[in-house]
Ligand binder design. Structure first.
Ligand code: BGC
Length: 404
């Protein structure tokens, strides 16, 4: 059967990029995560599961702090016009109140190099780890964290604002608070509803305070968060499933965004999951899934975008991708998802950019080095970057501003 090949042009000025975070790629960091990764407790936990602790220690990660030019080359080869990365609080402020000026200069120069290649920097100010001194003060549960975070933000934005317009204060606050304070899987491994709710409150306050700090330094800046949203679909639209969907939407997708709505210029969407809400029914089985077993449902990004329309802000897809070492599904997944993104744009949703997660293979938190999210494969012994075939596929999209 003959079917017309699909081909969709994106709006002029659309941003095409990839995303990373400091702890996952840079290497050489000392923060609450690195200490946990090398702790006796963690070692024993991994041993008991028959896993090698070395595979779960970020260490040099992808060595990006040293290999920054190699990363920039990957972006250039992709024809990317934007790059989302983070600065790690512990690198900038290793001791309370002592700021590492050479580290700030490092980022200034890095950003200038990006700009020289016409790559728009999107800087995340917090992508999960915290400095040890902040951990010792009670981390995100402490009342003081909002003050300390704002001071750190002021320092970073003060140093880099000449070359940066887009700032993301926080990455996925709901994921972090639930994994670290409710499920107790990530440091500081708490399991307490009270702590969970308290941390969410602090994160909201931290965002709001940071927003004002950034605007004071640069009124023309664009500030937002990177928010992990799930598209909850009520199975067969049954009323009980719809109720469950609304509750899940309210708690996971909307609550935080509503709280920061008046202190955000844009919404950053990190999209990975479709969830079929089916009370009392069996779990949905997806046709294709990633190496982490995450079901792939590319079309649902359309609905996730539609649901963000209520916030009346421009939307950037600040993360979207999959663990796929063999690169079996990545091009298909990107293509199908972007068709859905294009449909949303056609219907008037103001999507302004797409950042693939991730530019390069990296350290995937509690899952260690096994999941491979990169458009570029990294050899963790030599740190060589090698394009997967999906990188060429994506480069074509970035270059032509078109998905076919
Ligand atoms: C996080 C990334 C992570 C990715 C894949 C997002 O939740 O922001 O740090 O590597 O998902 O799991």
């Amino acid at each position: 059967m003959n079917s017309t090949p699909k081909e969709f042009q994106f709006p002029e000025g659309f941003l095409w990029g990839a995303a990373t975070s400091a702890h996952q790629i840079e290497g050489g960091l000392t923060n609450d995560w690195s200490v946990w990764e090398t702790s006796e407790e963690r070692r024993e936990e991994l041993h008991s599961k028959g896993l090698l602790p070395e595979d779960f220690i970020s260490g040099h990660a992808a060595n990006s702090f040293v290999e920054q030019n190699a990363d920039i080359q990957c972006l250039v080869d992709l024809h990317a016009n934007a790059y989302r990365f983070s600065v790690d609080w512990s690198r900038i402020e290793p001791k309370e109140g002592e700021f590492d000026e050479p580290a700030l200069l490092y980022y200034k120069q890095f950003i200038q190099k990006l700009r020289a290649h016409n790559i728009e920097p999107f800087v995340t100010l917090w992508h999960w780890p915290i400095p040890l001194w902040m951990r010792d003060k009670g981390g995100w549960e402490s009342k003081e964290v909002v003050f300390y975070f704002s001071r750190f933000v002021e320092k970073v934005v003060g140093a880099l604002h000449d070359d940066v317009t887009f700032w993301m204060t926080l990455n996925e606050p709901m994921v972090y608070s639930s994994m670290s304070y409710y499920k107790g899987v990530w440091p500081p491994k708490k399991k307490s509803v009270i702590s969970y709710v308290r941390v969410i409150r602090r994160l909201i306050e931290a965002h709001q305070a940071a927003f004002h700090v950034i605007k004071k330094i640069d009124p023309n800046s664009q500030v937002g968060i990177a928010k992990h949203n799930i598209y909850f679909e009520a199975y067969k639209n049954y009323p009980h499933n719809r109720i469950a969907k609304s509750l899940a939407d309210w708690w996971w997708n909307k609550r935080f965004l509503k709280a920061v709505q008046h202190t955000s210029d844009f919404v950053g969407l990190n999209y990975y999951f479709h969830s079929l809400v089916r009370i009392g029914g069996e779990k949905h089985v997806y046709e294709k899934s990633s190496d982490l077993g995450w079901g792939l449902h590319p079309k649902s990004i359309y609905f996730a975008l539609k649901e963000l329309q209520q916030f009346k802000k421009p939307i950037y897809i600040t993360e979207h991708g999959l663990a796929d070492k063999g690169d079996q599904h990545r091009s298909w997944y990107v293509r199908e998802s972007l068709f859905a993104v294009h449909q949303a744009i056609e219907e008037g949703i103001d999507v302004k950019g797409y950042f693939h997660w991730s530019l390069i293979d990296n350290f995937e938190w509690a899952e260690g080095f096994h999941p491979r999210f990169g458009l570029y494969e990294v050899d963790f012994k030599t740190y060589e970057r090698k394009a997967r075939s999906s990188a060429a596929f994506y480069a074509d999209i970035c270059k032509n501003n078109r998905v076919a």
